[in-house]
Design a protein around this ligand. Structure first.
Ligand SMILES: Cc1cc2nc3c(=O)[nH]c(=O)nc-3n(C[C@H](O)[C@H](O)[C@H](O)COP(=O)(O)OP(=O)(O)OC[C@H]3O[C@@H](n4cnc5c(N)ncnc54)[C@H](O)[C@@H]3O)c2cc1C
Length: 367
């Protein structure tokens, strides 16, 4: 009998492999496609933030920053002595119209309770700090300017976690698990991302296609934070000398990962030009699409022990935030498995029972 088997070697699987191996567990990770062509993490925007509504998501975001900043010391290995995730700490700026303002003021109370270090300004004051932003239709905004939010290279982060887990004794095996019942292990963990529902049909986490565009603009604003305009749902950030911009349009049951090119002219460009006047002049240079691991019940994580099994745990449903939550989820589930309860951040609110009982706990700040 194996000790721990993890299904899925993406960012959540790699983080779990790292934290469990550190605790001396003997981990095997089964990954059906080690090139990770369709996995969510390499197709993500790499953002890490603490600007959420729910306290648990804020705390997971804070831990992400602490962990990411310690990558050189935590994840160095003999083969990879200088691990990096290419951190850019430009911060996040989230913009809210009048329809979201009240909710946002409530969220700010949670930010404060969690000592998140976020700042709040009125829409009319926006241009004092961000002169390239138009405040049309913006009631309130939150941002960070103390280098505590930003983005990383998801592939490098995954590689560093995986290499360290392997050095600590984890095995990554190429293979597809067709059914939980085929595994004989003391502990089984599903980290199958948006494909979770194929293994655990009672979990409503499914692939939701999202498109990201690569654009070039004659005006380069390298200090620009990762910005989310909640009045349109469009989000963007600098990427080298270009920018990446995500469409708010998403698709369930997508047959392929072809980007929704029409979204650019119809939705994304008009929204960008309205918010950043310099973006009136843009050139589309590329794009891609990837799957969110969408929890159709409430856009929130599903983490913990599955009540219908003796030894099956799972972590999924991150709906656009699984990369940044990976360190906190890896640590939390390891605590639950090795001690029987959460020790650092209490994630009981994400328990599988919530989803099985259709008890919604929506996280509104999905970009
Ligand atoms: C366009 C886009 C932008 C995003 N931006 C951000 C962002 O800025 N910040 C952020 O934090 N998150 C972001 N995300 C979300 C993030 O990428 C995901 O939440 C995260 O990658 C989920 O991690 P995972 O390990 O659960 O899933 P994945 O990364 O998809 O890994 C799951 C792995 O499991 C394997 N697998 C599945 N089933 C089986 C099986 N039966 N047997 C063997 N292997 C199996 C798959 O092959 C896959 O490699 C974004 C996602 C997209 C698509």
């Amino acid at each position: 009998m194996d000790d721990v088997v993890i299904i899925g070697g993406g960012i959540i699987g790699a983080s779990l492999a790292y934290f469990l191996s550190k605790e001396g567990r003997k981990v095997k990770v089964y990954e059906r496609d080690p090139t990770y062509k369709k996995a969510s993490f390499p197709l993500s925007l790499g953002g890490f933030r603490r600007q959420f509504f729910q306290k648990e998501n804020i705390l997971l975001g804070k831990f992400a920053k602490d962990f990411i900043f310690k990558i050189p010391e935590l994840l160095k290995t003999e083969k990879n002595p200088n691990p990096t995730a290419s951190i850019v700490t430009n911060g996040y700026l989230l913009l809210f119209g009048p329809e979201h303002a009240e909710e946002q003021y409530e969220a700010l109370k949670n930010h404060k309770a969690c000592d998140a270090g976020t700042k709040n300004i009125k829409g009319e004051e926006l241009s004092k700090i961000f002169p390239y932003v138009s405040n049309e239709g913006i009631e309130t905004a939150t941002y960070t300017d103390s280098k505590i939010e930003g983005w990383i290279d998801p592939y490098l982060f995954h590689n560093a976690l995986k290499s360290k887990a392997i050095e600590l004794g984890a095995e990554f095996i190429k293979g597809e698990i067709k059914s939980i019942n085929e595994i004989n292990a003391k502990t089984i963990i599903s980290a199958a991302g948006c494909w979770t529902n194929e293994l655990l049909s009672d979990i409503p986490v499914v692939p939701q296609k999202h498109t990201v565009f690569r654009i070039k603009c004659p005006k380069h604003i390298p200090e620009m934070p990762l910005m989310g305009d909640l009045t349109t749902g469009v989000y963007w950030r600098p990427e080298g000398n270009e920018y990446l911009a995500g469409s708010p349009n998403s698709k369930f049951d997508a047959k392929d990962l072809e980007p929704e090119w029409n979204d650019f002219e119809e939705i994304v460009w008009p929204a960008l030009a309205k918010r950043i006047p310099a973006f009136e002049e843009l050139k589309l240079t590329g794009g891609w699409a990837g799957y969110y691991d969408c929890n159709k019940l409430d856009n929130n994580a599903v983490v913990g022990k599955h009540p219908k099994y003796e030894n099956v745990y799972m972590a999924t449903g991150f709906t656009g935030r699984g990369l940044m939550q990976a360190p906190g989820i890896g640590r939390a589930l390891t605590e639950l498995i090795t001690t029987g309860s959460y020790q650092s951040i209490d994630l009981s609110c994400f328990a599988i029972e919530r989803v099985l009982e259709k008890n919604k706990r929506p996280e509104p700040y999905v970009l």
